[in-house]
Ligand binder design. Structure first.
Ligand SMILES: NC(=O)C1=CN([C@@H]2O[C@H](COP(=O)(O)OP(=O)(O)OC[C@H]3O[C@@H](n4cnc5c(N)ncnc54)[C@H](OP(=O)(O)O)[C@@H]3O)[C@@H](O)[C@H]2O)C=CC1
Ligand SMILES: Nc1nc(=O)c2c([nH]1)NC[C@@H]1CN(c3ccc(C(=O)N[C@@H](CCC(=O)O)C(=O)O)cc3)C=[N+]21
Length: 299
């Protein structure tokens, strides 16, 4: 029987475990603080940011939300980030992507103080992550959440053939790097595929673990997978449907055909998405601990 991974359940467990670390910090006089910054006309962004704020409330993190006008000058965003960098009550800062066009996203991510960069987008933190486990500060939330899911469902990465489809800075690139690292959640043999890959199916067919982060609805189907594979679907695509909201969410994997072939598979929604949010809380607690010098146990 194919096992369908329950990302909501694993994320709830992590939030529960984080409460202990948050209590430890509170007893030492610190409430962890996470600032989310929204400057976007992307309709999904508002949903994600409000979910992140709701998560904060649930676990006892002080959520601070800043929303900027979409037509404000880029400097307003930089000033906001500078203020948050200087604010002792803020331990983590997330600048929601995509940003409006007048802002250079790379510059905005660089403006976040590296100690508060809970997305792990700052080049200093990316470099430290790539340098290896003893150098790393944060792991980016989505790949980090995927490693937690693999561990939770006893999917062996060591020696596995892993194929990551997609090479974005937010998902594909760090995911491939982490799976290849020489540590307990890595040691896979990793192939990175992208839009210039000649024969995608030849790669995915050979993979024990496929991570799909493409942004194309139902791009990978069962015929492209190896029998018994683990399939991690990162994609969140809104497609028109006759629902209350006028759309439904589908992944980058065609779930019905993939589950016939896979041994273990994530659904959309309820797979990777909730884990991304849980690891954002995790990184915020780690940031608060490091900024205050109060030791905590992280799940
Ligand atoms: N669940 C979660 O928590 C998150 C979900 N997402 C979702 O994951 C998906 C991917 O996001 P993101 O990584 O930001 O996307 P990007 O658009 O930044 O990157 C997509 C990647 O897929 C590759 N690609 C596109 N078309 C093809 C193709 N036909 N064949 C092979 N590769 C292709 C691109 O290749 P190239 O580099 O050559 O252009 C690129 O590397 C989206 O659906 C997004 O909404 C994103 C972040 C978090
Ligand atoms: N600076 C920055 N950091 C991010 O981590 C970041 C970002 N920008 N921009 C957009 C992407 C996307 N992303 C998601 C997080 C959670 C869900 C999630 O919780 N999804 C739920 C359902 C969501 C819904 O109902 O719409 C699920 O899959 O079950 C989805 C997508 C984080 N991102």
């Amino acid at each position: 029987m194919t096992e369908v991974i329950d990302g909501n359940a694993v994320a709830a467990e992590i939030r529960e475990d984080l409460s202990d670390a948050i209590s430890t910090l509170e007893q030492a006089g610190t409430v962890p603080g996470l600032a989310t910054v929204l400057m976007s006309d992307d309709p999904a962004s508002e949903t994600y940011v409000s979910m992140k704020q709701r998560d904060c409330e649930e676990v006892g993190i002080n959520g601070i939300h800043v929303e900027l006008d979409n037509d404000a000058p880029a400097d307003e965003l930089y000033e906001t980030i500078a203020d948050l960098n200087a604010d002792d009550e803020v331990h983590g800062i997330l600048v929601q992507s995509p940003l409006v066009e007048q802002v250079n996203e790379r510059e905005a991510f660089r403006a976040v103080a590296p100690e508060k960069d809970v997305d792990c987008f700052h080049p200093e933190n990316v470099g430290r992550m790539v340098a290896g486990p003893s150098h790393a500060r944060f792991k980016p939330c989505t790949p980090h959440g995927i490693l937690k899911l693999l561990d939770h469902y006893d999917v062996e990465t060591e020696g596995a053939e892993a194929v990551v489809v997609g090479r974005s800075n937010i998902v594909g690139k760090p995911m491939a790097n982490l799976l290849a690292q020489n540590d307990a959640t890595g040691n896979a043999t990793v192939t990175v595929c992208h839009s210039r890959t000649e024969d995608l199916e030849a790669h995915t067919k050979n993979a024990d673990i496929v991570v799909a982060a493409v942004g194309v609805p139902e791009f990978i189907d069962g015929t492209m997978l190896k029998e018994g594979a683990t399939v991690i679907d990162v994609g969140i695509n809104r497609v028109d449907a006759e629902t209350e909201k006028g759309y439904k969410l589908v992944g980058d994997v065609e779930f019905a055909s993939a589950r016939e072939v896979a041994d273990t598979i994530t659904p959309v929604p309820g797979g990777v998405g909730p884990m991304t949010r849980a690891m954002l809380l995790w990184n915020t607690v780690k940031a608060a601990s490091e900024q205050t010098g109060v030791d905590v146990d992280l799940p």
